[in-house]
Structure formats: structure tokens, C-alpha cells
Design a protein around this ligand. Sequence first.
Ligand SMILES: *Cc1c(COP(=O)(O)O)cnc(C)c1O
Length: 369
Amino acid sequence: MSSAAPTLLTPGPLTTSLRTRQAMLQDWGSWDDSFNRLTASLCEQLLAIINGASSHHCVPLQGSGTFAVEAAIGTLVPRDGHVLVLINGAYGKRLAKICDVLGRRFSTFETAEDQPTTAADVERLLNADPGITHVALIHCETSTGILNPLLEIANVVAKQGKRLIIDAMSSFGALPVDAQETPFDALIAASGKCLEGVPGMGFVFARKDALAHAAGNSHSLAMDLHDQHTYMAKTGQWRFTPPTHVVAALHEALAQYNEQGGLPARHQRYTKNCQTLLDGMATLGIRSFVPAAIQAPIIVTFHAPKDPRYQFKDFYERVKAKGFILYPGKLTQVDTFRVGCIGHVTHADMQAAVNAVAQVLDEMQVLDI
Ligand SMILES: *Cc1c(COP(=O)(O)O)cnc(C)c1O
């Protein structure tokens, strides 16, 4: 890999360590015992991160994160189920679309993109419609970087005897969730986010009894997590061709995660990255979109400069030429851009990115921030 490769300040794929990339230099036979042991070790380590070994299974699935979300909904929501989808951004909308495409009955509750859903909202909605069987929530809504109050919502959902499905794609591994304290039927994440693996597989932590009762729910063969789990439990193998190199890279990324101090250390590094970014951009006059109290240390949305000389594409290319890949905004109403805080990067990289942004705004003669 060229040393001139830019640093990815994006929500995934993201910058990975050389050691993680080097783990992909070996080929693996999918029937081979050593690969099966790799998969088993991976699942065991992933479950340990949420303290979930006693209550949940880890079911890995080929594909991007959305494949795992779709598989979780299709497998764990019975065909006559009814999902309440909590929305405050693009990933929440995607959850609703998945329910729609799969033909699961669903209702939506949408708050503004800078407004977390509250437990009180959920309690009121569940009281108003006793037919709801499942609630689906995005933990960190990556389209803005907003954090939703998972524990409070999970407690309300459990108290009402309903089941919770959590898309924790962009928070898993960096923000703590304890499966023995936070009741949920499914928590979904993927290889290429805060664990700093490469993209290519997702995984679902599925409550053991919920998964055991999920046979026949899925509309799809390839996306059936019950089938995937049953086969894997019996044979140690993935049902269909596994993403072998992705598994090996994630396994190596997890070894580094644990050596570095696990979740607390990852959380601390990302928090420092985020704070360095916020402070640095503030000195340039660039304002963040999400209020500090609900900003997750994952990705930050910034208001684009008002100056007509600012064009995202030009800005992006110039910052890239200085070594950093930023991310476009995903808001419909406001012009924004995003900068990720996750990946194999430190606060020094964030400061260097801020310096690059400062130089670029100067080059572009952007004055009206
Ligand atoms: C990244 C992400 C996903 C999955 O996106 P893919 O492009 O399918 O990998 C889902 N939900 C959230 C909140 C995410 O950040």
C-alpha cells in the first residue's frame, strides 16, 4: 500500500492499521479447522465486548452492515409482527424501508435530526398501540452523529414486554453496552467501524430464546440468521462462502483492540479525537450541528461555510490532496459536511486534518464561515 494513501475520516470503511491489513495476506480454506477456530474465536471475543455470552448468540453474516440489519429484522420479527421504528436520520429511515420491503407491519416515530428519541416518547407510543411487538432503534445515528438514549429506551421497551432491535453499527466497540443491563433481542454491528476491521461482514447479537423461536420467519434463505446460526453451531462453518480475509482482518483488529485496553481505551481515544476536532474547527469558526450533550464521539456534522466560494466537491478534493478524506453531509435541510473520529487515527491526525481544512479554506478564499 502506498504511504501516500489518504487518511479516511469517514464512518467506514475507515483507516485500518498495517497489522490488520497484513492479516489479509494469507488465504484460508473455508472448511479448514483453523478457519473455523478463527470464526469461533471471533464470535467469542465479540460477545465478550457486550458481556453477552450467557444470554446471546453472535451470528456473523456476509455483506455490509445493512445486510445484517435486514437479516435481523427478517429473522427476528415474525411475519405478523409490528415494528415501531424510531427515526432521527437516514439510518432510521433505512430501517423503516427494510420493514416495508420485507412486508413487516411498521409504524414510525420521527424526531428532528438534532433531537434524540426519548424513553418517554417510546412509553407513550407503546401505550397508544398495544399491537406493537418490536421497537427498532439506531444507537448512534451516523447521518448526524447524534446519540439516542439506548439504556432508557431499552428499559421502557422491556417493561412493556416488547422486544428491542438495535442498530449499533457505528457505536459498537466504542460506546459501552452491557447485555445483562440493557435488555435487547438483537444488537447489530459490522466489521468495518469502531473495531477497525475492513468492511465485508456484519454480526448480530441475538437473544438465545428469540433466535430459537425464529425458525421460518425469514423470507430469505441467504439472510436467515436462524439457519446461519444452526448450521454454524453444528459444523463450525459459515453456510455459504465466508469473507475469509475479512474475518482474519477482524480477528487481528480485535487482538489490537484488546491489547490497547478494549472498549474503555477505544472510547477514550475517539473522545479525544472528537474533542480535538470540535475545538480545532471552532477556532476556524466552523460550527457543529449536533449539541455537545448528544454528540457521540463517532462522527461530527459541521455546517458548511456560507461563502459562495465554498463548494463541497472542490473543498473535498483539496483536503484530500493534503491527505484526508472527509465525508459529505447527509441532511436534507441544511448544507453540511461530516468528519469521522473513528479508525486507526489519533488526536494528532485530527489536528493535522483541522490544519489542512484551515489551509484549504484560505486557498479557496472562503471568508464567510
Ligand atoms: C454504517 C452503518 C450502517 C450500515 O451501512 P452499510 O453501508 O450497509 O455498511 C447501518 N447503520 C448505521 C447506523 C451505520 O452507521
